[in-house]
Design a protein around this ligand. Structure first.
Ligand code: GLN
Length: 481
């Protein structure tokens, strides 16, 4: 039987002949079939993945050296373009649409001989926290099928959680990688803004969106990040510092961590999550690190600022889906252009997407722009300044990833605002552009996992991954399925 531990271990097995890429792909394909009811995949590229595996086995057997991701089986979120494969953002408005080109980040993985096994279900246009807003239906959490996997990258998270691939890609605009990683008991990394090219990532809110990585092993996640962080002239917002150097663990030195008092005392925070994180902070201190509680009085502003700014950007980004050149076109007859757009968009978009387009249009409208959009921009600016100040004195911020463990399916159906408020701990990193990771370090008495979120300064993904690796090795993580 094929067992995946890490890329390094897999490559050792391939070199010693104890396994093959074909065996690996067959293993994941049968796992995908066995767990099909979880609804994690939109499409499985069965034939293609098998053909690529056979090709790689032949290359290796002919003595060719292995590329960095030789035979590594990866799933992608249905918002990442892959030439000649369908991409729909789980929306009816894009049903049947095939990508005309491949996202740069994905191309970098393919160049290193990764095998893409399929694309994964998600919330429509990456808007949501439970993966219930999908035109393909909801995704189930493999640890408890009455619970949501989180969102919006729920399918990508479950694909890793339930052992249907080695690693997967999601996108994180306000927590969509870290939050499902927390709910599913796996690692979820959101790199800093601009670290990975967004070319070929369907836009939700362009000044927030980043491709993120799900995995079970920090060095694997680091390797994918290193490969995907190569420069790309197609994305002018990319960080100009160039690709990340290779991941290797330096000698551990004592670190200066901080926690925000308002976060740890927040009424929405599950007391058991709070106690576990406090206990971990104490352990870190006994090991020679410092953990300081800081005052952070802006906590209550960050969710409103996030929802004003992202919906504003979304209302503009999603205006391209009009059914004229591509996408859903209504069959209702009309002679009037406005009605034509209205029919296409009313039928093509789901409830949550419509709500956000309307909200975004409202906050940008004359008379309200200054009251909402400008004010939210000011908050964003303030947070960015605050971040600079914090990282002058501290190496990393510790925070819970989510205030609670995975919710029950249908729990937040009636009240979208309640759902938005649950993003309170993840949107901070997107508003400020810093990297963040969720590590599956804890298990709740309700038997669900939850994570520790660690954030570092801009461009400090490598120190973040070093800290993450150390924490994962030191504190026995909850194992994925
Ligand atoms: N839950 C957040 C939202 O609905 C995050 C989405 C995301 O990161 N794509 O906006």
């Amino acid at each position: 039987m094929f067992v995946f531990n890490s890329i390094t271990d897999y490559h050792h097995q391939l070199k010693s002949g104890t396994t093959s890429c074909l065996q690996a792909v067959n293993h994941f394909l049968s796992r995908i079939k066995e767990k099909a009811h979880l609804n994690a995949f939109v499409e499985v590229y069965e034939k293609e993945a098998l053909a690529k595996a056979a090709e790689l086995d032949a290359k290796r057997n002919a003595g060719e050296p292995l590329k960095k991701l030789h035979g590594v089986v990866i799933a992608i979120k249905d918002v990442i373009c892959y030439k000649d494969h369908s991409v729909t953002a789980a929306s009816a408005i894009l049903k049947g649409f095939n990508s005309l080109y491949t996202a740069s980040a994905l191309q970098y993985l393919l160049n290193e001989d990764a095998i893409i096994i399929g694309n994964c279900n998600c919330d429509e246009f990456a808007m949501g926290s439970t993966n219930e807003n999908s035109s393909y239906g909801k995704v189930l959490n493999a640890l408890d099928e009455t619970k949501v996997p989180g969102g919006s990258s729920g399918g990508s998270a479950v694909a890793v959680q339930a052992g249907m691939c080695m690693l997967s890609l999601g996108s994180d605009t306000g927590g969509s990688v870290r939050q499902p990683a927390d709910f599913c008991g796996i690692i979820g990394l959101k790199p800093g803004y601009g670290r990975i090219s967004r070319y070929g990532l369907l836009a939700y809110a362009s000044s927030f969106d980043q491709i993120g990585i799900f995995g079970t092993h920090v060095p694997d996640v680091a390797l994918l990040l290193q490969i995907m962080s190569q420069p790309d002239k197609m994305d002018s917002t990319m960080d100009k510092t160039g690709p990340l150097p290779a991941f290797e663990n330096p000698e551990p030195t004592p670190l200066r961590y901080c926690l925000f008092s308002q976060v740890m005392d927040h009424p929405s925070l599950d007391p058991e999550i709070r106690d576990n994180i406090n206990a971990l902070a104490e352990k870190l201190e006994t090991e020679g690190n410092t953990v300081t509680r800081l005052d952070f009085e802006w906590l209550d502003y960050i969710v409103p600022a996030y929802y004003v700014l992202t919906t504003a950007e979304a209302s503009s980004n999603l205006s391209r889906y009009d059914g004229v050149r591509y996408g859903h076109r209504s069959e209702k007859a009309t002679e009037d252009l406005d009605a034509f757009y209205r029919n296409n968009r009313s039928e093509g978009f789901g409830m949550e997407v419509k709500r956000r387009i309307m909200l975004g249009t409202f906050v940008l409208s004359t008379g309200y722009y200054d009251a909402y959009y400008s004010k939210a921009q000011k908050i964003r600016r303030l947070l960015t300044e605050k971040i600079t100040e914090i990282f002058e004195g501290y190496d990393a911020i510790l925070m819970p990833t989510v205030p609670s463990t995975a919710m029950s399916i249908g729990q937040h159906d009636k009240d979208p605002v309640e759902m938005y408020l649950a993003d309170i701990f993840t949107v901070f990193a997107n508003l400020t552009g810093i990297p963040g990771i969720s590590l599956p370090l804890f298990s709740h008495s309700n038997n669900m996992p939850f994570g520790l979120q660690v954030m570092t300064n801009k461009q400090e993904e490598l120190p973040l991954l070093h800290i993450a690796d150390r924490l994962m090795q030191q504190y026995k993580p909850v194992r994925a399925l």
